[in-house]
Design a protein. Structure first.
Length: 254
């Protein structure tokens, strides 16, 4: 059993073949799909996805940093309304993204911190999005660190030192297609990180692994990541699948 801890299955890119894509994933051994939120515009499609794939799809709720704009307080109110209304498996994806736009940094920091606090109140994990913002992310985590702060550093692409620092905040490292890239770099030091800190993800439809790089990603392609990690850790495909799924259970509680 393989767990995809981060996949945007509600993406419009899957509208033409979602059922077939899900069947391919199941045929490849992927049986659990954790779904991050972006903003209020995707809530309806996320709920429909959960209804259509009962027992396989598990939802998060949160405000993605690139959706933190002028109306971010309204969007945060939407997140709060939903996490008070029903259960979610994580607050995510949340964090800071300075790749596209630095003008909302203060608002991103506020939104990140606020949502971390909600996760701690609900006793659920956070799933962190970080792009060009490791220092800013760590600064917020440092102010919020506690035994009830835990989760996943989604799509981890940092250095060995940053990986070790992320782990000190009770974070697992979400490893996906980047590990298979020739210039991905993380494959050069992952064997220095205990596999108990690793979970698998695709971030589909983005970041497809080799040999699909540049194409639409999907959850069945996670097998390429499993094979890459099997080589890095000198373990079997099955061992990687079992260990990383157990790691995901420790985070999400199921």
């Amino acid at each position: 059993m393989i767990t995809d801890t981060h996949t945007h299955l509600y993406s419009e890119q899957f509208d033409e073949d979602r059922n077939e894509m899900m069947q391919r994933a199941k045929d490849a051994g992927v049986s659990r799909f954790f779904i991050p939120a972006i903003d209020s515009s995707y809530t309806k499609s996320m709920l429909e996805l959960e209804s259509n794939f009962k027992g396989a799809v598990f939802l998060m709720m949160g405000l993605h940093p690139t959706s933190v704009k002028e109306n971010y307080k309204e969007e945060l109110a939407h997140v709060k309304e939903w996490i008070d209304k029903r259960g979610f498996y994580a607050i995510g994806e949340i964090g800071i993204d300075l790749y596209w736009d630095k003008s909302f940094l203060a608002q991103q920091q506020e939104a990140f911190k606020t949502q971390i606090q909600w996760a701690k109140e609900k006793k659920i994990p956070i799933v962190i999005h970080c792009r060009d913002a490791f220092d800013e992310i760590f600064e917020v985590l440092e102010t919020e660190k506690s035994d009830d702060l835990f989760g996943i550093f989604h799509c981890f692409t940092g250095t060995l030192a940053q990986a070790k620092k992320a782990i000190t905040y009770n974070m697992k490292l979400g490893i996906g297609g980047v590990a298979t890239f020739k210039n991905g770099k993380i494959d050069q030091f992952l064997n220095e990180i205990d596999i108990k800190h690793i979970v698998l993800e695709t971030d589909s439809p983005y970041l497809a692994p080799k040999p699909y790089r540049g194409k639409r990603n999907e959850s069945s392609y996670i097998t390429q990541v499993v094979e890459k990690l099997a080589g890095i850790y000198d373990l079997t495909f099955q061992e990687i699948a079992e260990i990383t799924t157990q790691n995901s259970k420790e985070v999400f509680g199921i």
